[in-house]
Design a protein around this ligand. Structure first.
Ligand code: GLN
Length: 394
């Protein structure tokens, strides 16, 4: 008998995360990690205190599988005032282990083998593999660089929809491009969802990180979309706690929530109980917290862009989130992957090569991505290191 392949066909359809691989590359060269997007500053003090209080206060056993009541209550209140949708904490929320598990559980709950899932490209790495793990088929719709923004073509989007479409994934503000989907764009998408009886599965972790007067719109708040949307989010970015792994799915269709809770229950049982208690405290922070968060990111974005401008990078200005997609100077390298490895090993600053965000590597060739949730000290070191690029330019 010939030896059996030890891993399943569905797992053979994708590889490990390039973003996290670049973190390992970075650590090998002791570089500055602008690859994986996480803050190098502390979360708000009251949040850390709340986590300690929860540990001391007896919250050390399983929470209810679909989430601690305190967190679901706080989340329902915040979703009402910020996202403009009234929800019931008993019937519409599933707390999961970060947005990552939330997305997988949402798809496990809704996608059947052969179902098509529309994904805008460039994309955040997870959506394709999540679809493939559910034996669905990703269908990609391009976001084209036009002027200083990324846009989709309405006709291409329409052609991507069919009777086989189960859902479209919408990530706004968008990783990696920094695009913020406008209300009009979301209306176009929503109309197609209704025409083809498709779901919208959204990923909105950067909803408070906005620049240049942009505002966040959740497609769940648009007419006709409440019942056909799964809104996914987490505490990771809004409260600078990417390691806590507390996220959620909000679905107003109770059948969908039942499905998500079933999948989630058997995937992880539940998110860390004490951190759910602490997250509830964060979700009750006043408006001023979010204003300060956004103001801090304006400063970080502007610093990052000024460094890139000085060093001759031709970037696309992010309107939200904390990444910048940029072209890179000609230093004689074959492609963006070689350039990224060079930047990490020789210059000591690690980006993500564009291929991480496209289903065919060559499509990512024009781009690299930098993450900028960093302190002024880190930016000073980045500036100093990148200035050495001048020696290598053609
Ligand atoms: N969302 C972050 C990024 O895009 C972190 C990715 C991850 O490792 N989960 O870099």
């Amino acid at each position: 008998m010939s030896p059996k392949q030890r891993y399943s066909k569905r797992v053979s359809l994708f590889t490990e995360s390039v973003i996290r691989e670049m973190t390992r590359v970075n650590n090998m060269y002791d570089g500055i990690n602008l690859a994986q997007g996480f803050p190098d500053f502390d979360p708000p003090r009251p949040l850390i205190e709340a986590a300690k209080d929860a540990l001391d206060g007896g919250f050390n056993q399983y929470a209810i599988t679909w989430g601690a009541p305190s967190l679901r209550q706080a989340l329902a209140e915040k979703f009402g005032w910020y996202n403009g949708v009234e929800i019931d904490p008993e019937r519409h929320i599933t707390i999961a282990c970060g947005g990552t598990e939330a997305m997988l559980s949402a798809m496990l709950a809704t996608v059947d083998p052969g179902d098509e899932i529309i994904v805008f490209e460039p994309f955040y790495e997870n959506y394709g593999p999540d679809t493939l793990l559910c034996q669905g088929k990703p269908v990609y719709v391009q976001l084209y660089e036009r002027g200083d923004e990324f846009v989709f073509d309405d006709d291409e989007l329409r052609r991507a929809f069919s009777g086989k479409t189960k859902a479209i994934v919408i990530n706004t503000p968008h990783n990696p491009t920094g695009k913020v989907f406008s209300r009009a764009e979301l209306e176009t998408i929503g109309e197609l969802c209704q025409e083809y009886d498709a779901l919208a599965i959204t990923d909105e972790p950067y909803e408070h990180i906005l620049y240049d007067g942009e505002t966040h719109c959740s497609i769940a708040s648009l007419p006709g979309m409440g019942e056909r949307t799964i809104t996914i989010n987490s505490v990771s970015k809004t409260y600078s706690v990417t390691g806590w792994r507390v996220g959620w799915c909000i679905a107003l269709d109770e059948g969908i929530t039942t499905g998500i809770r079933r999948a989630h229950d058997f995937v992880t049982v539940g998110a860390a109980a004490p951190l759910q208690e602490a997250a509830a405290v964060g979700l009750r922070f006043p408006q001023s917290y979010y204003d300060e968060l956004a103001a801090g990111y304006v400063e970080r974005r502007d610093t990052m862009l000024s460094i890139l401008g000085e060093m001759g990078f031709d970037y696309v200005t992010p309107k939200g989130a904390y990444y910048v997609m940029t072209h890179y100077p000609d230093c004689g390298f074959e492609d963006e992957n070689e350039f990224s490895i060079f930047l990490s090993s020789e210059i000591g600053v690690t980006p993500v090569p564009g291929r991480a965000f496209y289903h065919r590597a060559e499509m990512g060739k024009p781009y690299i991505r930098f993450a900028f949730p960093k302190t002024p000290e880190t930016f000073a070191r980045v500036r100093e290191r990148l200035s050495r690029l001048a020696e290598f330019r053609r």
